[in-house]
Design a protein around this ligand. Structure first.
Ligand code: S3P
Length: 742
């Protein structure tokens, strides 16, 4: 009979007992306070209460310590003689290092069966009477296992919290205490302090009658349990003191700004804070890549309902959006950006420059104002820079940060953490940069600042705009000249935008060259719609009979327009309307009408010019008559996923014959059929373009295609599903976990 022993029958202990009921045949509670024991029993929170720790401990399979952190040591000492070797122990304390140290003192080591944990949940109420079975629903629980932790014990504790409805994360113990000092402990301290300060100035508490919502919201947590919080501050002393010192310094700066009537400082601080708060709200609500939320979104396509008609504008160009923030931040003066892509990748770059001390307003409806700090004005960030899913951010930033006087660390999500960074780290090292990567040249990247960079002439081993841009950006600080020679033309947004900021870039054939010592002058940037995002609808309209769709204001830079050439070679009817130049970039409206498509051998020289468009082009190829052959596209294997293999697997599951080779694929089109694709459930491996490509395949499927875990679509194309639906595509967005595939 499985038995749970809960030691400490407060709000947390009682709520776990209520929620974990399905896992245990018997739940026993223990508390020093007879009233709490009685209440737990009469409320049915536990099956039995006991004061006899010895027998309760020896009968328990799992023991939950829900006592204040400083009481853990004495409880462990009492438990120790009665534990069976397989009994698992876990706790709920808000500080982890102090609990691990207590265990070390009691047992002489940290037992493999001890799994420390911390539910990020609570309420201002305390005591078992306040316990709720759903207190942990959709809350996070952080476990801090160590190398010695028994995997089965860890699995049991995970299961306990998952049964309570929580999302379980793992973190290093020290990191947990540092993070919580800032995000939980410091705010509690401030709330207690503010209420106490005001209360002692106002003995009859008159002032509180008039206290507005701000006071109420800010101080809600000052009603929390004082003993528990005393223990937390004493236990996590160092980390909270350092968080407090940073805070006090910030308040002092605001105090002197008010004293000296320095409104600019106030606006700058508040704008930064508001932007950071808005950014985190967006991340918490909508992110795909941010581990903190783990929100699941799945696409489910419905059988097609008809042709695609009308005019749409897709969001701003991702590559240009990244570069607008980077160059705007490094310029002298204020840069105004319009049409900025409010997708997570570009937002990661934007937040990074805020972390580097740049004041940036927005984005608001695609408008961003960047108060440039010049080439020598960036400041050291307070911690690692998290770049989510964005390879462009990491590679371009590596070039900028290698030249700064301070150290930085660049990290990313699961997909980015597998991507090769030596392609930028190696040439940057040749320039004198000091960069450490993980095994195989993977992120995180640790960059040691203060190095003197020297210009080099670098011949790129692969056609990569990211590598080219990284080196040209590093060249802004490197002694002398830096040049890149590319094996085939790649997107040239960096070169165009540098010139737009008044910085000379010399171009001779395949070689681009910059010389350090110049300055970037702020400018206005109007970002066109992203041809890579437009591609999904170009392909969708090309392959859906009767369609006639116009995509407005699309960037058709000749280093990006490979998709237009390839689709035309396949027989698509694309009209380039109203071509114009906006801010140094060619732009046009693209009208596309459905026509039968035919398979082709894709010319190798078009590959780098359409590098991001292949997942969608593979869908077009499947809808064409005859075979489409792609070669020279090995770079597709190191994108957000291995796009050759992942697409081939998905196409095969949808009933399409394809043959994979190292640098490409052959796809047997089924254009003679009306329903080209079957039904399947497909993973997309954190790759936005894979998710959107299979979503448009739904337009030629007889059944339904389920695409799992599509939240990364937000990295490049927020609003994709809504826009598709507005054109009549049957695309349902389902939130949460799908039932296991069977
Ligand atoms: C990009 C360059 C390309 C592209 C990526 C964006 C850029 O990557 O795939 O989506 O903005 O410079 P590579 O340089 O790795 O080819």
């Amino acid at each position: 009979m499985k038995q749970l022993l809960v030691i400490g029958l407060g709000l947390i202990g009682g709520s776990v007992a209520l929620a974990a009921r399905p896992l245990y045949a018997r739940i026993v509670g223990m508390d020093l306070d007879p009233a709490e024991r009685q209440a737990a029993l009469s409320l049915g929170v536990v099956d039995a209460v006991t004061e006899d720790l010895a027998s309760a401990a020896s009968a328990a399979d799992l023991i939950l310590l829900a006592v204040p952190v400083l009481a853990v040591e004495s409880v462990l000492r009492q438990l120790q003689p009665h534990l069976r070797p397989e009994t698992v122990i876990t706790d709920v304390g808000s500080c982890k290092v102090v609990v691990a140290e207590a265990a070390q003192r009691v047992f002489g080591h940290i037992p493999a069966q001890l799994v420390l944990g911390h539910p990020i949940a609570g309420a201002e109420k305390s005591g078992v009477a306040a316990a709720l079975p759903d207190l942990f629903q959709q809350r996070k629980v952080i476990l801090t296992p160590q190398a010695e932790t028994d995997p089965q014990a860890l699995a049991q504790v995970r299961q306990l919290w998952q049964t309570c409805g929580a999302e379980v994360l793992e973190m290093d113990m020290q990191q947990h205490d540092q993070v919580l000092a800032r995000t939980s402990h410091l705010p509690h301290l401030l709330a207690y302090s503010l209420v106490d300060t005001l209360a002692s100035q106002d003995e009859r508490l008159e002032m509180f009658r008039y206290a507005a919502g701000g006071f109420r919201d800010f101080t809600r947590i000052a009603a929390s349990d004082p003993i528990m919080w005393r223990d937390i501050f004493l236990a996590n002393r160092e980390a909270t003191l350092s968080a407090l010192d940073d805070f006090v310094a910030g308040v002092q700066r605001l105090r002197s700004a008010i004293d000296q009537a320095d409104g600019d400082h106030l606006v700058a601080t508040f704008t930064r804070a508001k932007a950071a708060r808005d950014y985190f709200t967006a991340l918490l609500n909508a992110t795909g890549y941010q581990k903190m939320t783990d929100q699941k979104i799945n696409f489910i396509t419905q059988p097609p309902s008809g042709a695609l008609q009308g005019s749409i504008r897709v969001p701003g160009d991702k590559s240009i959006s990244h570069r607008s923030i980077m160059l705007g931040a490094l310029a002298e003066g204020t840069t105004q950006v319009k049409g900025f892509l409010e997708g997570e990748d570009a937002l990661a770059t934007l937040q990074t420059f805020r972390d580097l001390g740049v004041q940036i307003e927005g984005p608001h409806h695609g408008e961003v104002t960047i108060h440039g700090v010049g080439l020598h004005g960036l400041q050291a960030p307070k911690g690692p820079l998290y770049l989510g899913n964005s390879g462009t951010s990491m590679r371009l930033l590596a070039g900028i940060l290698a030249a700064q006087p301070f150290d930085t660390e660049l990290t990313g999500d699961a997909s980015l953490s597998k991507r090769p960074m030596n392609r930028v780290a190696d040439p940057l090292r040749l320039m004198g940069a000091k960069i450490e990567t993980q095994e195989g040249g993977r992120p995180p990247l640790k960059i040691t600042g203060g190095q003197t960079l020297r210009g080099i002439d670098y011949t790129l081993p692969m056609a990569s705009a990211q590598v080219k841009s990284c080196l040209l950006l590093a060249g802004l600080w490197a002694e002398g000249e830096t040049s890149t020679t590319e094996p085939a033309p790649t997107r040239d947004h960096t070169e165009r935008m540098l010139r737009g900021f008044g910085y000379a870039v010399e171009q001779q054939g395949a070689t681009a060259r910059v010389r350090s010592g110049g300055q970037l002058q702020a400018t206005a940037i109007d970002i066109p719609a992203d041809i890579s995002s437009a591609t999904f609808f170009l392909v969708a309209a090309a392959m859906t009979p009767g369609s006639d769709l116009t995509l407005e204001h699309v960037g058709i830079n000749p280093t990006r327009d490979g998709v237009i050439h390839i689709l035309r070679l396949m027989g698509a009817d694309i009209e380039i309307q109203n071509p114009r130049e906006i801010g140094g970039e060619p732009v046009a409206d693209l009208r596309i009408r459905a026509t039968p498509l035919k398979g082709i051998d894709i010319p190798v020289d078009l590959v780098p010019l359409a590098i991001d468009e292949f997942p969608a082009l593979f869908i077009a190829a499947a809808c064409a008559e005859g075979t489409t052959r792609l070669r020279g596209a090995e770079e597709l294997r190191v994108k957000e996923s291995d796009r050759i293999q992942v697409m081939a697997d998905g196409l095969a599951a949808l009933g399409i014959d394809c043959t994979v080779v190292e640098d490409g694929i052959d796809i047997q089109g089924r254009g003679d059929q009306q329903a080209v694709f079957g039904s399947a459930r497909l993973p997309c491996y954190h790759d936005h373009r894979i998710a959107m490509s299979f979503a448009i395949a739904g337009l030629r499927s007889a059944g339904s295609i389920i695409i799992e875990d599509c939240a990364t679509v937000n990295t490049s194309f927020p609003g994709f599903a809504e826009l598709a639906r507005s054109l009549g595509c049957g695309l349902e967005v389902q939130q949460g976990d799908l039932p296991p595939a069977g």
